[in-house]
Ligand binder design. Structure first.
Ligand code: NAD
Length: 373
């Protein structure tokens, strides 16, 4: 076991069914902006939470698309500045939470997200508004990370931004909010959480606190994702999946992710795959090569999850994905052999790829992609 490591996760976590209707107790000040997505506004979920905040001046911003653009961030920031917001609540999947994180900062920092992100020259200096994150997908763990992921449409790239101002003050985790997730989103976001957990576990930055969280997350997902997929309002399965997403988020917030996430960015921006699909389509292939650098550790994980070997764990994960109608070959999301060199080049440009426990160079990455074409 590694005996040299650091751990820092400052968000208060409040996990219980119904907790989202009790968010007001965490809010100081009166002006509250709830940043959510069109589905949660249309179905009244955002309003029900806003209405529970007696005595607060609550406004809503709902123009958030999946893989949120810098333009949506700037629009939400304008709304936050106009109302002189005291508290930003991110309510939704990773897309809404990520927008909430930077908007809470931009409320008191001038300019556009482009000034601070991907080549921008300014530094976010302060965050006065408090930040509450309430996830409605069991996937990203964004509520407990200091990461935001934004799409720069001008450059056609999607990139993470890491900043300690992005830690939420409070993560309110309410499994009841996930009962409405359709089966396909349950599957893809759940396998995103699986990727976070396994990438934290095999990561070159792995450490014992995160290993424990990652292992629990992986076990929860293997045991409960199929039930959540088939029975949307199964309380036990939904709670276990949201806990898995939370633990996986905390784990990768310390270690960062690896090759799976590095390759997911071009698969989303250029082939339109949702984040969970873009990650999990390469997951079995990465499990197969993980023994190159972490043989014993991966064998012990396979055994903990009930498999005889790492290869049978990879097969089991692939079968699970197929049983949930998820793509397991790149051609299923529109990738052709002629695209592999470009995907390799973009993936190799993300420094996290070198946190993978295997040799990652143009040849090996291209070979991995070709093996699952
Ligand atoms: P998402 O937020 O893009 O939402 C996907 C879809 O699910 C949307 O159409 C949304 O309306 C719908 N949805 C959300 N909650 C629902 C519910 N309860 N019932 C029914 N429909 C619901 O998806 P996501 O996978 O949660 O987030 C993906 C984004 O998060 C990507 O941009 C990804 O890069 C980012 N991400 C961020 C982090 C982080 O640490 N900040 C980690 C991983 C991923």
């Amino acid at each position: 076991m590694k005996q040299s490591f650091d751990y820092y996760m400052p968000a208060k976590v409040c996990f219980r069914a119904g907790a989202s209707k009790d968010a007001a107790r965490f809010i100081k000040g009166s002006n509250v902006l709830i940043i959510s997505d069109p589905f949660l506004l249309k179905t009244g979920v955002a309003e029900a939470i806003g209405n529970s905040m007696t005595g607060k001046n609550v406004a809503y911003f709902g123009e958030i698309e999946p893989n949120p653009s810098c333009e949506s961030v700037d629009k939400a920031a304008a709304a936050a500045r106009e109302m002189k917001t005291d508290c930003i609540i991110g309510l939704g999947g990773g897309s809404a939470l990520d927008v909430a994180k930077i908007v809470a900062c931009l409320a008191d920092n001038e300019g556009s997200i482009y000034d601070y992100y991907a080549g921008g020259t300014r530094t976010l200096s302060d965050r006065k508004a408090s930040l509450i994150c309430i996830p409605t997908t069991a996937g990203t763990g964004s509520e407990v990370t200091n990461v935001g992921v934004y799409t720069n449409k001008k450059a056609g790239i999607k990139m993470p931004m890491v900043n300690d101002l992005f830690w939420a003050d409070v993560a309110i985790i309410d499994p009841e909010l996930t009962y409405t997730l359709p089966a396909a989103i349950t599957a893809s976001t759940g396998m995103d959480a699986f990727c976070h957990a396994i990438e934290a576990y095999w990561n070159k930055n792995s450490q014992p606190i995160c290993d424990m969280m990652a292992m629990t997350a992986l076990k929860n997902i293997m045991e409960h994702i199929k039930t959540a997929y088939e029975e949307p309002d199964n309380k036990e399965a939904r709670g276990a999946m949201l806990a898995a997403s939370l633990f996986a988020g905390i784990a990768f917030s310390q270690t960062r992710t690896t090759g799976i996430h590095a390759l997911s960015f071009p698969l989303t921006t250029e082939f339109g795959a949702s984040h969970g699909i873009a990650c999990s389509v390469t997951l079995p292939a990465f499990i197969r090569i993980s023994t190159q650098g972490e043989k014993e550790k991966m064998e012990s994980l396979a055994s903990y999850l009930g498999y005889e070997s790492v290869q049978s764990l990879a097969d089991g994960v692939e079968e699970l994905m197929v049983s949930m109608k998820m793509p397991v070959r790149l051609h299923e999301i529109g990738v052709k052999e002629s695209d592999l060199a470009h995907i390799t080049e973009v993936g190799m440009g993300a420094p996290i790829i070198q946190l993978t426990p295997a040799i990652m160079n143009e040849e090996t990455v291209h070979g991995l992609l070709k093996s699952i074409l």
